[in-house]
Design a protein around this ligand. Sequence first.
Ligand code: ATP
Ligand code: MG
Length: 419
Amino acid sequence: MSKLQPARGTRDIYGEDARRMAAVVDCFKATATQYGFEEIQTPIFEFTEVFKRPLGEASDIVSKEMYSFEDRGGEEVTLRPEFTAGICRAFISNGMQQSLPQRLMAWGPVFRYERPQKGRYRQFHQIDAEILGADSPETDVDLIALAWRMMKQLGIADDTVLHLNSLGDAESRQQYRVALVEYLNQHKDNLSEDSQRRLETNPLRILDSKNEGDREIIKDAPSVEDHMTEEAAAFIASVQNGLTALGIPYVMDDKLVRGLDYYNHTVFEFITTALGAQGTVLAGGRFDGLVSQLGGAPTPGVGFAGGIERLAMLMKAAPAVARSVVLLPMGEAATLKAFPIGEELRDAGFDVVADRSGNLKKRLNRANKNNARVAIILGDNELEQGVAQVKDLDSGEQTDVALDMLKTVLAPIMSGDAE
Ligand code: ATP
Ligand code: MG
């Protein structure tokens, strides 16, 4: 290996990328907290079974994207390809059904063996919110409102369109499946190989196909809407009413099925045209059967996951680095004295960076380049008199300040209140 590179589909995240991604997570945490969510951390790997059945053997993730391996003890484990199944497993393992509903938030890396491209990686990061133990359509509205509020805070809500659909309840889905298979069978020979296979295993998934030929056929496919039970129709209508009451714009999209088996009733995606083919930034839906499928007591659930990289890319401006105070000790005695001075200023809440190398001119240049706000120059002579020079790096103004007055003098400058 002549050049050390990260593995395909993975990347090092630092600098502006890291700041953008941290801003997304911070905003998500703050917003979800406002809606009563609490953090949960589940393991990055789980027994493969946790994902396999719930997501569906025929789903893209299970059939070709999971990082699964046998560990040294012979256990079949998988790096999490998403959060929901692991969180439901944790819900059961920890007896969380004792207190419902549970509003849980999580964030971190997820892993899928995909063809890497812009906005599509093998290790990527998601924010995730799940509400377990609440079956009302209003719960779905709360969850979408949380996503919407977060994206507004990030300044990206208007760059996305909320697509909404209902997969109905089990009965609606069964009826729809029959109608869909009947229609698709008439076009079987023109379907892609993948879709022909899915006609047997998972026909709903065909609606999700990205194949051009498939898309032509799908255009005229029957719609779930026409096969909805009264109950299921009332459910999605309540979701729509809630969104309207909140003024959250959405479009109904009867071809939206989501890539996983566990969804029923509400499904939704926030889609953007700004990121090419990687248009879905945040997506989710209701999964009333998942907890019982994993072996827990029947518990309704609804949740979403957002791609942190994609949300971060949509943000217009990268968050700025906080402007700091630089400490420039110019002699031996000053170097030692600068340690406690730095700590005292940090106690007062300032970001303080010491720079001890090179002559004064070099250090001031570096401070300007790093967008520092103020330089404190500490010379051995000045120290003897108990003073330091404070240089405002924006105005260039330089004044002698008594050491015990440093905090007071810095406060208005650092908070932007200086005239
Ligand atoms: P896509 O259709 O783009 O493959 P998906 O339906 O597989 O997305 P979900 O399983 O719903 O995606 O995951 C939720 C979010 O995670 C997506 O909306 C997207 O923002 C993000 N995401 C999914 N896969 C990747 C990936 N490989 N790299 C980066 N982000 C991803
Ligand atoms: Mg995918």
